[in-house]
Design a protein around this ligand. Structure first.
Ligand code: PHE
Length: 505
């Protein structure tokens, strides 16, 4: 229908040059001119569509129109209250008049009340004793005539004064009506073909673009909402840790290797081949391929020797050594495997040993029962420092600086055990919300049984520490996370990632 209407408008413009008054249009499918407001709104829709293609221009005209209220309608049909009062009364001198009571009975209380006053004022009726009579033989019921005229034409020729009187009497309501004057626009044509919105490959290939009409850009249109990327809370916390390490002069280790061998993950760290952490229920082993390439032979041999026999000062584990255990491929259980590689490289560096401070933050895997605070994979934050003559005091000093940069100043250290460090210290911090000391990290001085087979000079000491990235992320109350599965894995909600605030230690 709107297509037909648009066509009609264009054809009329083609024929007449102008449409002065859109109320003369007969909308396709209708029988009478579009005099109602609803019809004008339909026409306006068609005009706007043509206007957007600059095929036409139009100006809006408005005028006032009036509708009868229900009471107005009634008076138009039955006569005004005063006319009805007049009609109900006998003419003076022709019998007894009506009392007010009788009049009410005849025309109703409402008409009697309003009509009496108006009929008196008009000089139509008078009093005879305590009764009412009409005193003229004919009247003109102007009110009902006016209402009839308004009902038929929407307005009154007689004009303003009567209209405002009828409005005041709540017999009519005013309504603003729109209509339009239409002229040809710059792109006028009688074709209503939709303009092109895109320049296509076909148009370029066939040359159709030369004659095609294109839809104008609408610079008022609102753009599509953009969805920017958002950083996962873990990534934000990781960035904070990185910044702390970088501030302290640490460089980042390359850790993009999830699969490692038993040799690097355990043997080089002096973890005995019979250690429970190496069992199937703690470590994920690969089924394909099962084994790594042979390890670096002379270093491998020195590692084997220190495990089985010791280094001359300690006596080793004195347990059977299996090369297959060294070559078993696994998902690394800690990033300390990378620290070990780094220290080995450092020992064999061209130009000799140089002090290092390195860190890494990356994923590790443990075969754990998954619950609210444990996953089979998590991120480890790890630091390692190697220099001549480092002491336990340096380790504690590093811990204090490192954690104080996160706002944690009150540390306690508890002796612990790691196969690769001696002494080993668990790090505790006081958690004010939980009101107790919680473990926040593990650390230690790497053992000579680990460092010497690498070929590091005997006076070089190395220290290291590690902690999980998830724990502090969960503790940060801004995230309000109490189940690790809302932080990592398929249950993470994208919205919560998008809304999560940035974290500052
Ligand atoms: N690898 C240890 C862990 O997984 C952390 C650690 C790193 C401890 C370096 C001492 C030295 O908890």
């Amino acid at each position: 229908m709107s297509q037909e209407l648009q066509q009609l408008i264009l054809d009329t413009l083609e024929k007449d040059g102008e449409i002065k008054d859109t109320r003369t249009i007969i909308i396709p499918g209708e029988s009478r001119p579009a005099s109602t407001q609803d019809a004008q709104l339909v026409i306006q829709g068609a005009l706007n569509s043509l206007l957007s293609r600059e095929m036409i221009t139009y100006t809006t005209q408005d005028f006032m129109t009036y509708d009868l209220t229900p009471e107005g309608l009634q008076l138009a049909e039955e006569g005004s209250h005063e006319a009805r009062v007049w009609a109900a009364l006998p003419l003076t001198g022709q019998g007894k008049g009506l009392t007010v009571k009788q009049l009410q009975g005849s025309v109703g209380a409402e008409s009697a009340k309003i009509g009496q006053g108006r009929a008196f004022k008009a000089g139509w009726i008078g009093k005879e004793g305590d009764t009412l009579v009409k005193i003229v033989t004919s009247i003109v019921d102007a009110t009902s005539e006016e209402l009839k005229e308004i009902k038929a034409t929407g307005t009154l020729k007689a004009g303003e004064k009567s209209i405002s009187e009828l409005k005041k009497r709540k017999l009519i309501l005013q309504r603003k009506l729109l209509w339009f004057t239409v002229n040809r626009g710059p792109n006028f044509s009688t074709s209503t073909e939709k303009p092109e919105t895109d320049l296509t490959f076909e148009m370029l290939a066939t040359g159709a673009w030369k004659t095609a009409t294109f839809k104008k850009y609408n610079f008022e249109a609102e753009g599509m909402p953009t969805n920017g990327g958002a950083l996962h809370p873990l990534l934000k916390v990781r960035e904070e840790f990185r910044n702390i390490f970088l501030e302290m002069g640490f460089a980042e280790m390359a850790t993009s290797q999830f699969v490692d061998s038993g040799f690097w993950n355990f043997d080089t760290l002096f973890v005995p081949q019979q250690h429970p952490a190496r069992e199937l229920q703690d470590t994920f082993y690969l089924s394909d391929p099962v084994e790594s390439l042979p390890p670096v032979s002379d270093y491998y041999e020195r590692v084997r020797k220190v495990h089985v026999e010791g280094d001359g000062r300690s006596i080793g584990y004195r347990a059977p050594w299996q090369p297959t255990e060294s070559r078993r491929l696994l998902l690394r259980t800690h990033t300390t495997a990378t620290s070990s590689r780094l220290l080995h490289q450092l020992a064999n560096r061209k130009g000799g040993f140089q002090p290092v401070k390195m860190f890494s933050i990356d994923r590790v895997f443990r075969n754990e029962a998954v619950d609210a605070t444990h996953l089979a994979e998590f991120h480890q934050v790890e630091g390692v420092v190697a220099d001549v003559g480092l002491t336990l005091g340096d380790l504690i000093g590093f811990m204090q600086t490192f954690f104080s940069k996160m706002g944690i100043r009150n540390l306690r250290f508890k002796p612990a055990y790691n196969p690769y460090t001696e002494p080993s210290l668990e790090i505790f911090a006081f958690h004010p919300q939980l009101n107790k000391w919680v473990e926040i990290g593990n650390s230690g001085m790497f053992r000579p049984e680990m460092l010497e087979p690498m070929g590091l000079p005997p006076d070089v000491r190395a220290l290291g520490w590690g902690l999980s990235l998830e724990r502090p992320t969960m503790i940060r109350h801004v995230y309000g996370i109490n189940n690790i599965r809302t932080l990592v894995g398929h249950k993470v909600s994208i919205e919560s990632v998008e809304r999560a605030p940035a974290v500052r230690f």
